[in-house]
Design a protein around this ligand. Structure first.
Ligand SMILES: NC(=O)c1ccc[n+]([C@@H]2O[C@H](COP(=O)([O-])OP(=O)(O)OC[C@H]3O[C@@H](n4cnc5c(N)ncnc54)[C@H](O)[C@@H]3O)[C@@H](O)[C@H]2O)c1
Length: 251
């Protein structure tokens, strides 16, 4: 299926690693021009090098941006306007896991940081992106939530609250912009093999066993869904939450 993303300008936040890097690679493979935003600019440069290794004329620009700062999202959108003359697609993916503590022991500062990055960051991103998408006559936003946007997890109350919040924010904004050409969806990955999960083989095997498919997901498997949702092939899809979780939520 040709997603026809040639010439589309796309922002990916958290593009230096894991799922964000994979999303950037899939979008680039499908022809999109990228703005790669992350706290880790060197990691984004590596993502850009991987894009160019796959497609010599791949286009990308790197912006060092903190997802928890509104101004940094404005700068990221401005990079798309300056470099590509507009914005068509935004994937709000930057996120952190936070401290693994039960709710009564999680300190307010640790709570706030997770909410700032994972939930406030998505609101800031959309607030900066929506005018640019409207100016272009429409587009698509994909927010990266989690299976933990639908279910709880002991020792992750801030993360779970942030991801439930992302799903609600996504649905509400989708309703608001449905007649204005902007589709807004959320994706809920199961446990995906990226640095956010750490590298303890025993812990990773336990997480893998929680999925009916019996394995962890790969970042590319999230990237493929995001690319489809970003494209006109998903023209009737808005306000949706799509799990990509090997059956985790079906249990
Ligand atoms: N890996 C999983 O199992 C999994 C499952 C469900 C959802 N997710 C979500 O997917 C997204 C990507 O996670 P990942 O697994 O690729 O993790 P990762 O740690 O590999 O990548 C996260 C990226 O976000 C960046 N980042 C962190 N804080 C930032 C900030 N304040 N501003 C800008 N960039 C920041 C990091 O530098 C990194 O490049 C996150 O939102 C995460 O919650 C991951």
């Amino acid at each position: 299926m040709d997603l026809e993303l040639g010439g589309k300008a796309a922002i990916v936040t958290g593009a230096a690693s894991g799922i964000g890097r994979a999303i950037a690679l899939v979008l680039s493979r499908e022809g999109a021009d990228l703005v790669l935003a992350d706290l880790d600019a060197a990691g984004c440069e590596r993502t850009l090098a991987l894009m160019r290794a796959e497609r010599a004329d791949a286009r990308g620009v790197v912006v060092r941006a903190d997802a928890s700062r509104y101004d940094d999202h404005e700068a990221t959108v401005n990079a798309a306007l300056d470099e590509y003359g507009g914005l068509d697609i935004a994937v709000n993916n930057a996120g952190i896991g936070g401290e693994p503590k039960i709710t009564g022991e999680l300190g307010p500062e640790a709570w706030r940081r997770v909410i700032d990055v994972n939930l406030n960051g998505v609101y800031y991103a959309m607030h900066a992106q929506l005018p640019a998408l409207l100016a272009r006559g429409g587009g698509a936003i994909v927010n990266i939530a989690s299976i933990l946007g639908q279910a709880g997890w002991r020792t992750a109350s801030a993360y779970v609250a942030s991801k439930h919040g992302v799903v609600g924010l996504t649905k509400t904004a989708a309703l608001e912009y449905a007649t204005r050409g902007i589709r807004i969806n959320a994706v809920g990955p199961g446990f995906i093999e990226t640095p956010i999960l750490g590298d303890d083989p025993e812990a990773l095997a336990q997480l893998a066993a929680l999925h009916p498919v019996g394995r962890l997901g790969q970042p590319q498997e999230v990237g493929d869904l995001v690319a489809w949702l970003s494209s006109a092939r998903a023209s009737l899809v808005t306000g949706a939450y799509y799990p990509v979780d090997g059956g985790y939520l079906a249990q």
